[in-house]
Design a protein around this ligand. Sequence first.
Ligand code: CTP
Length: 435
Amino acid sequence: MKKVITYGTYDLLHHGHIRLLERAKALGDYLVVGVTSDAFDRARGKINVRQSFMERVEALRATGIADEIIAEEYEGQKIDDIRGRGIDIFAIGSDWEGKFDYLKPYCEVVYLERTAGVSSTELRSARRHVVIGVVGQSSVTEKYIAECGYVDGATAKAPAPGQSFEELVGEVDALYIYSHPRDHYRQARYALEHGRHVLLELPMTLSEEDTAELFRVADERGLALMAGCKTAYATAYRRLVLLALGGLIGDVVSVDATCTSLRPVDYSDAASVELQWSSLADWGPIALLPAFQILGTEYSSKQIVSRLVGGYDEFTKVSLVYPSGCASAMAAKGVKSEGELVVSGTKGYIYVPAPWWKTDYFEARFENPQDNRRYFFQLDGEGIRYQILAFLRAIADERRGDASAGGVSRGICLALSRVMRDFIDRTDTVALSTK
Ligand code: CTP
C-alpha cells in the first residue's frame, strides 16, 4: 500500500485545497493529511486563520478525501511523521517548490500545480473588511493602529485632525475606545446606538449599571461589545489561568498581582491632573484580572487602600477575601514596585516575573525544585494582535453575549466596574496619610 502525506492549514476550505487533496490521494492508496494546530500556526506567525483547528478538521473530514487526519504541532514534525508512519510520498502545492527537498532522504517529494485564483488569504479579506475607528491618544492606541497592519480584514482609522468623535463614528464599522474612562459610557453608547461594534478598553465604565446598560444596548442591536485588555489575550497569560484552574498547583489560596509604572503628575496644573487616568482605572483591571479569572467575582469582602494626593490616587491596592481564598491587586503610578504575579496553591505556585502583564514566560514552582516547570509562549504585539483577531471573530460571530466576549467575560467586566464605582464613592476604602 502506497502512503501519501500532505500538510496545510485549510482555513475556509476552498476548491484549491480540494483539488490538491484529490491529486495527492491519486498518487497512492492512503492519504494522511496534517492540519496545523492553532498554536503551531501562531508560533510560525500565521495569525490570521479564521477557523479554529476543530472547525478546519471538521470541514476537511466532511470532504471524505483524507483517510487519516493528524495535527501538525511542531517544527520538524514532518520527518517524524514520514518515518513513523512509513510514508512513501510527500505531496504539497507548487507554491512550496523546492522548500521540502530536505525530505527527499525519507520519501519521494512531489510538488503539485497550485490552483490559480483562490487562496485562504483572499477569502479572508473578501469575507468582511472592518474599518475600526481608534479613539483616545496614548502609546496603546498607536500600538493598536500598528498591530491592525498585521491582521487581514482590519484597518485602523484614527480621527483626522479636528474630526469629532461623532464624525469618526460615521465613517467606520467599529470602534476601539481608549479614551478617558469617564468618557467610555457616553462614547460606547453613542457608537452602539449608531450600529457600530465596540471594543472598549477596561474598565468599560465607572459603574456596574452603566456597563450592564451597554451590554443591553449591544444585545438589543445584535452588536459585539468586547472588553479591551491586551493581557487577557496573551497566550502565556491565558495558559497560566487554565493551568491554575486545572489544579496544577492544587487549590488556589492567594492571587497577588502588582502593576506599577512611575508617571509623576504635575499637581500645579489642574487640567493635566484632570486628564490623568487614576492609578486604579489604568492598572486596576489588569491587576484584578487574574483574581477574577481564577477565584471568580463573588468575593465576600473587599478593602481598597489608597494614597490620595489632591484627589489623585498615586497608589491603590485592592484586597479581596473569598470563602476559600484571597487576592491582592496593586495599581500605582506614583509608587514603584516589582511587577510580578504570584498564584499560590496548596501544592505549589505559579510565578510570573515582571512585567507579568506582557509576558511570554512563567514558571510553576514546587517544594521539590526538580518538579519545577517553565512555560514559554510566543507573544506577538503584546497581545494586542490577538485582541484584534478576537474582536473580528466577535463581529463575524452570529452568537452574541458571552460567546463573543473574547478574553474577558461579562461578569468580570461588571465586577471591574463595580470596584471602580466603590473607589469613586470611597466605599470599602481607606485613605493613607501622606504626612
Ligand atoms: N493549495 C493549492 N491551490 C490553492 C491554494 C492552496 O493547491 N489555490 C494547496 C497548498 O499549496 C497546500 C495546501 O493547498 O499544499 C494547503 O494550503 P494552505 O496554506 O492551507 O492554503 P492557502 O489557500 O494557500 O492559504 P493561505 O492563503 O493562508 O496561505
